[in-house]
Every structure is written in C-alpha cells, then in structure tokens.
Design a protein around this ligand. Sequence first.
Ligand SMILES: Nc1ncnc2c1ncn2[C@@H]1O[C@H](COP(=O)(O)OP(=O)(O)OP(=O)(O)O)[C@@H](O)[C@H]1O
Length: 342
Amino acid sequence: MMRVVAATRRRVGLGTWSESATWPCYRNTLDRSCLQGNFPGVSASGGKASASGQRLFGHSRLAPTPLGRRTTALQNQGDQLSLSLGHQLTVSPQHGQILPFSSNGGTEPGTSQESDHLETHTETVMMAALEKKLGSTFSRKSTLPSPSPLLIVISGPSGVGKDAVINRLREVHGDMHFVVTATTRPRRQGEVDGEDYIFMDKEDFEDLIERNELLEHALVYGDYKGIPKQQVRKALGKGTDVVLRLDVQGAATIRRLIPESLSIFLVAENERALVRRLLGRKTEPLDRALVRVETARQETKRIAEFDYVVENPSGKLEDTVRKISSIIEAEKLRMQQKAIRI
Ligand SMILES: Nc1ncnc2c1ncn2[C@@H]1O[C@H](COP(=O)(O)OP(=O)(O)OP(=O)(O)O)[C@@H](O)[C@H]1O
C-alpha cells in the first residue's frame, strides 16, 4: 500500500486553507466529516470525493493563511487519511509537502523526491485518483528523447576570434569536449602544449597522416594543423558534445565527411575591425598579415555554406558566446537528430 506523507503545512492544502466563508466546515480543528465532504477521492472513512474540494484547494493556495492550530489539531488526532482508492495519507505539519512513501516507510524506488516537492497535497491526491482510474501510474521518467551528441564546428577567418570564443565557451560548457588541434606552428606566448594545441614537429605530424589518424588536416600558412580522430571518437562515444575549431577549408572538409555536424561561421562586425584585431595580436609580420587578410576576404565569401553565422563584435565576446550557447541549446532540442559516425 502506498502512503503519502503531507509534509509542510505551508505547501500542503491543509496548511494554507483560507478561513473565508467558502470553506464552511473549516474551523479551528480539521474534523473528519469536513475532509470527507471535500477531498476528491479521499475520506477518513472511505467516503466519496467532492468537486468543491478541488476548488477550495485552488482557492487556498491563492490566499495562504498560517495554520499552526489546525495542523496541530490534525496531528493530535493522529490522522491517517485513507484514500478511497486504498492509498493512505499521513499528514505531518513539520515539513513543506506531501511525499509518497512505500509501505515499508521508504520512498518508492525510482521516484524523484525533487519533483514531488512541487506537488501540492491536492495534486498528489488527485493524481492517485487518476492513476487508479487509468490503471497505471504516471511516469517520472523524462519525456524528452535523449539527444545525440553534437559535433560543433566553429570557423571563420583568421583573427576573427575563434580561439577567444572557444576559450570562453570552454569555461561556460565544462561538459563538452573541446578538441585540441595538433599543429606544427610555433607556440605563441602564453599557449600551453596539450591545452591550446598539441604542438609537434613536422615528422610526427606526417606520421599521423600516414596512419590515417587525423579526421582532417591542412597546411595553413606553411604549418600543419589537424584533428586527431581518436579524441573525437572517444568523446562522442561517451555521449559528449564535441567542439572543433577549424579554418574555413577544414570546416568544408568536415561538412563533406560528416554532414550531420553543426557548423558556425564567426564574423567581425566589419573588415576593418577584423584587420585591427589581426594587427593587434602582433603575432606576425606585415607580409604574413597581408596573406591572412587576403585569405579572410576569400573565406568570408563562403558564409552561405555554414549552418549559422554569428557576429563577434569588438568588446562583446560574452554576447558572442551567449549566441553560440543558444544555437547549441536549440540544436539539442531538434527532433530529427542523426548519430555521428567517424
Ligand atoms: N570580441 C572580441 N573583441 C575584441 N577582441 C577580440 C574579440 N574576439 C577576439 N579578439 C581578439 O582578436 C585577436 C584574434 O583572436 P583569435 O586569436 O581568437 O582569432 P582566431 O580566429 O583564433 O585567429 P587564427 O585563426 O589566426 O588563430 C586576439 O587578440 C583576441 O584576443
């Protein structure tokens, strides 16, 4: 037999009834005849439900009143209200609400006390009545289908802020895997091997290519960059979303190999801002910066190939990260999700 314990008087219908005239039988004590006439499907002696009980409970929640005396009276009576359904209610004024208890006094296996905390006394009783009528219990399992992990590609021209955005995303989404790209380019000041990039020499990188251990790789401005396959496979296998940072060419390769991936193109507010950002980084001489700017012009023409375009305006990195988070959140709610295979 299931017992239901009404825990706080403040949350429980009993503890918040109004003393208004709409509750004629409610006085200083809660007597059984009153309950019998007004609990839907509940009585102290197996009586029938009344529709007025539901209305009054609703009313009482809108007009809460302290109920020390009443609940004490109830407690003194040691009331255990038998549901006409064969369930039991134990009303306790000490805590905030009603919890279902198994016959051995513990919570039912697989139930969520957290969601029960939101239930009022009336709701619990009415749900028990509905469950009885339907002949089955209301599931506490999530109604949402479990989402497939996403493969998110963040791309855009050099200097647009891919690293800056990803570094901030990493702080916000600790539950995602951010692929560490392998590269042969020299380490910049402040970069940490294995965290920002996996820095390796050309021979080691070419060995990875030969062993087909890279999901994608390219020669960028004279240096190799590539995505170690194993890292991605492992994270997706655990159901973890994976974020890749790729140049525009690399993003195109991933789209071709994995059409189910989600691609986001970052842009600065305008070309001038992009160039300022590139120069401000002071990581390369003017001739190399010129190549990057020319390439950026070509790459920006490929915006339409991407699923989303997100502006990363100067000084508004947080907004950019928020927009990307919204995209990810929406994508996870898609009905038609395809599993990603590598
Ligand atoms: N929203 C922003 N506002 C101002 N500065 C920014 C913003 N986003 C990035 N930056 C700065 O712009 C410069 C370039 O950013 P970042 O290195 O992240 O670009 P990137 O796209 O990763 O470039 P590359 O592809 O060449 O590695 C950095 O100095 C970075 O701090």
